[in-house]
Design a protein around this ligand. Structure first.
Ligand code: MLT
Length: 353
């Protein structure tokens, strides 16, 4: 079964409106839909009959960053087995902007029928502290479906960047803080959070170069247009292995099997830079529990798929344990992470717009 198709452009997801869902004839129709174009319809959430039939049409997975980047990669890995399990096509839609908050804001107000699903990562827990006017509340406007994976980050640089080790990098950025460039995927992205931790630990304020995702940021790193960045192994592992970029360290307490030559940040001199990029699926808050249950079950099946396990291992990560593939575990993680990151971000005084 053909499961995914790519949408590179920014487009709105379907608004909350009962009649709209039935009007969608195909992928192209998504871009054209608007409240006005959808006409009448009673609106509101899907009723229990719909939950019994669910899913009876294609499902859209909204990715808050660029196609080809780490979030997109994880999405496409799970979309295929989930599609098989649910018996419906899954369309992957990239809605970029404002460090992932544009997509989350759109899904928060999308129709709550289980046909619009957000994949998001640690950024769901950092956004409330970063954006004073965030148009959604992570704990109130969504139902978590389940956790997916917790991806290590790497500190990486263009191949010809002078520092050879993390220790060299620390000394170099202290000496050259005015000229060094640090790429990220915007305020709210995992790369921005990790970069912030590095700046705090080293005591520098670098020139940040924001992208719509670390997919394009990595392309520029390989091309030598920016100096260094923090990014997930799901994006960097193959480029480090191919020696197209320089890898300094992994941001996890334990080394990463796919990158055996990289020390941990604790081993290499930045013990405060420890961060794992946990991912989960979300639906709008009014989505019926029976629909959420079907998505959770399909996610659990996908994460036991040997192909998914093997591909994640190649990319330096793994599915979360089965007990974390539940709305309850996901909600606890989100609460705990909001509590963890809020004071750190407030102390740093970083804000998005
Ligand atoms: C992406 O998919 O581009 C990343 O997850 C961006 C980030 O959070 O650094």
């Amino acid at each position: 079964m053909e499961t995914t198709s790519i949408h590179h452009d920014n487009r709105r997801v379907r608004p909350r409106r009962g009649a709209c869902r039935r009007a969608v004839a195909g992928v192209a129709g998504l871009a054209a839909l608007s409240l006005a174009a959808c006409g009448g319809g009673s609106g509101g959430s899907a009723d229990s009959d719909e939950a019994v039939d669910y899913p009876d049409q294609e499902i859209t997975f909204v990715v808050p960053f660029s196609a080809g980047g780490p979030t997109d990669t994880v999405t496409r890995l799970i979309a295929e087995p989930m599609s098989k399990e649910l018996g419906q096509q899954i369309v992957v839609q990239n809605v970029e902007g404002a460090g992932g908050t544009v997509a989350a804001g759109q899904v928060a107000t999308a129709e709550s029928d289980g046909y619009t699903v957000l994949i998001h990562h640690i950024g769901m827990s950092t956004a409330p502290a970063l954006y004073p006017d965030l148009p959604y509340k992570p704990l109130e406007d969504f139902k978590p479906v389940g956790l997916i994976t917790d991806v290590p980050m790497t500190i990486v640089a263009r191949k010809d960047f002078e520092p050879e080790t993390l220790e060299d990098l620390i000394a170099y950025v202290k000496e050259n803080a005015d000229s060094v460039t640090l790429a990220n995927a915007g305020i709210g992205a995992a790369s921005q959070l990790c970069g912030l931790l590095i700046e705090q630990a080293v005591g520098v304020d670098l020139t940040e170069v924001p992208y719509d995702g670390t997919g394009p940021a990595l392309t520029d790193l390989v091309g030598g247009q920016v100096d260094f960045m923090c990014d997930q192994t799901t994006n960097t592992a193959s480029q480090i292995q191919a020696e197209k970029i320089k890898g300094y360290a992994v941001t996890t307490p334990e080394p990463v099997e796919a990158l055996p030559d990289l020390p941990t940040t604790a081993e290499a001199g930045l013990p405060d830079v420890e961060v794992g990029v946990w991912h989960g699926l979300y639906v709008p808050a009014d989505t019926p529990d029976a629909v959420v249950e079907k998505l959770t079950e399909a996610l659990a099946v996908a994460l036991e798929d040997q192909n998914v396990i093997d591909k994640m291992a190649d990319l330096g990560t793994a599915p979360v344990p089965p007990e974390d593939v539940t709305p309850e575990a996901h909600t606890s993680k989100l609460e705990e992470q909001i509590d963890l990151w809020t004071p750190i971000i407030e102390d740093a005084g970083v804000t998005g717009t």
